[in-house]
Write a protein that binds this ligand. Structure first.
Ligand SMILES: C[S@@+](CC[C@H](N)C(=O)[O-])C[C@H]1O[C@@H](n2cnc3c(N)ncnc32)[C@H](O)[C@@H]1O
Length: 229
């Protein structure tokens, strides 16, 4: 993530300091960055971002992906989760991806460019889903960081709540849900709400997620019937 909170394509082959300007990050950061396998490997393997490894790890741990599934990917740009989905779901899979930023096409993925937090954005996503029974909703949405912890925390929890409401509407019974949220105020309440709607819930911190990042993922398995919410 850049300091603005957006996810960037990783381009480690570019000169790191072409203008000869003083680095904004210290030597320790640069050392960690260059020696971080999760920075080097996505480029080698053709993934658009290190985030790919977070989904791969979550999916393997909790058996989330199967061939032929229908999946909605919220906060999809630049598209590495879509790339993983495409590989794991095969040609029969259905993938609907949503981001407020543009995303370069991933073959076989229906992309909706929309702000998911607005009524219009949600309506555009609903139109793309068009009543398809959805097996899995995953959200890697992250707010633009303001640098004010309480504000960023509230925004992260709000995006996760929106993803949960959407998942509760579109998931078929027994469908699964994965959502990123920052650790802090509101996480415990969100966890309780998720736990009331799914048979099993876990909080995961994938190895590919930097230790200093406050992000965790709630993984919820097997949506309960409508009486649960
Ligand atoms: C961490 S990045 C996602 C990375 C992606 N999973 C991947 O593997 O390439 C978070 C994304 O969430 C998107 N996002 C944040 N708020 C959003 C919103 N309200 N509606 C749609 N997308 C949003 C951002 O634009 C950003 O691209």
């Amino acid at each position: 993530m850049s300091p603005s909170g957006q996810c960037n394509l990783i381009a480690v082959t570019r000169p790191l300091n072409p203008a000869g300007k003083k680095h904004r990050f210290g030597k320790a950061w640069m050392h960690e960055h260059l020696n971080d396998a999760y920075v080097r490997e996505p480029t080698r393997l053709g993934y658009r971002s290190r985030s790919a490894f977070k989904l791969i790890e979550l999916a393997e741990k909790d058996k989330l992906l199967r061939r032929g599934m229908a999946v909605v990917d919220l906060g999809s740009a630049p598209g590495s989760w879509c790339q993983v989905l495409k590989e794991r779901l095969g040609p029969q899979g259905r993938i609907i991806a949503v981001d407020m930023l543009p995303m370069a096409p991933v073959s076989g993925v229906t992309f909706v460019q929309a702000d998911f937090s607005t009524d219009e954005g949600l309506a555009a996503v609903d139109a793309a889903v068009a009543g398809t029974p959805v097996d899995l909703v995953i959200s890697d949405m992250a707010p633009n960081l303001s640098g004010i912890d309480t504000v960023d925390q509230a925004r992260s929890v709000h995006l996760a709540e929106l993803a949960l409401e959407f998942a509760s509407d579109v998931l078929q019974p027994s469908g699964d849900f994965v959502v990123k949220v920052f650790q802090g105020s509101g996480l415990a309440d969100l966890q309780r709400t998720v736990a009331a709607r799914f048979a099993k819930t876990y909080v995961r911190k994938p190895k590919a997620s930097r230790d200093r990042s406050r992000e965790v993922f709630i993984v919820a398995k097997q949506r309960l019937g409508d009486g649960a919410h």
